[in-house]
Design a protein around this ligand. Sequence first.
Ligand code: ADP
Ligand code: MG
Length: 231
Amino acid sequence: MPVICQLKSVRKDYPMGDLTVTALRDVSVEIHAGEFTVFSGPSGSGKSTALNLIGCLDRPSAGSVMLEGRDVATLGDEALGAVRARRIGFIFQSFNLIPVLTAYENVELALRLAGVKDGRDARVKKALNDVGLGEYLDRRPAQLSGGQQQRVAIARALVKQPAIVIADEPTANLDSTNGAAILAIMKEMNTRAGVTFLFSTHDPDVVAQARRIVTLHDGLLVNDTSRPRAS
Ligand code: ADP
Ligand code: MG
């Protein structure tokens, strides 16, 4: 399968006054279309930093980030914003829905920002149906449970038909039942629709669900293991 994104010898430093925190050191990794990959590792190991770089939310201090064959460094901030809006779906630990918008409006906004003009209504309804929220289009986030809010976030990420969906600790704010349900939805979208997922967690039960496990430790990539697709 084609390579969707790639970190090549990436280093990321965060300046902290007189000090520098190095969050990633010489990390190289390729993500292929159709993969279901987890970045695992303890808190502080660099998972979010790596996901933010792949998601074009930040730029590396050294090395390069390639997305769909393009070096992200060649893109200005505006072009990078457009890539983010069109090609990358994000799911966050804290859902990050807009409180004053309904589920429908939250999902539709993603399509507007991606510049999609035609067929929005059908796409929004299908995306929310696909995550089991067809009956909740008019609810605001506060009227939904945490698990339901995260489903809206999944619909918002998927409605754009992005090249990759990046999920940073998507189950960390959910109880284990809701967390398992969210993971099951992601896995089904991967198997059924071929959506490429890259997520992070430090929860061993969640790690166990991934097909490819990339392990980070103190900013170093220390292990990269794949197992065959379950039949
Ligand atoms: P993880 O997601 O695995 O918990 P992070 O990528 O958030 O790890 O953090 C990796 C390291 O970088 C940690 O030491 C963290 O404190 C540091 N770090 C992350 N973001 C920043 C930032 N914006 N400024 C300074 N240090 C940061
Ligand atoms: Mg993190």
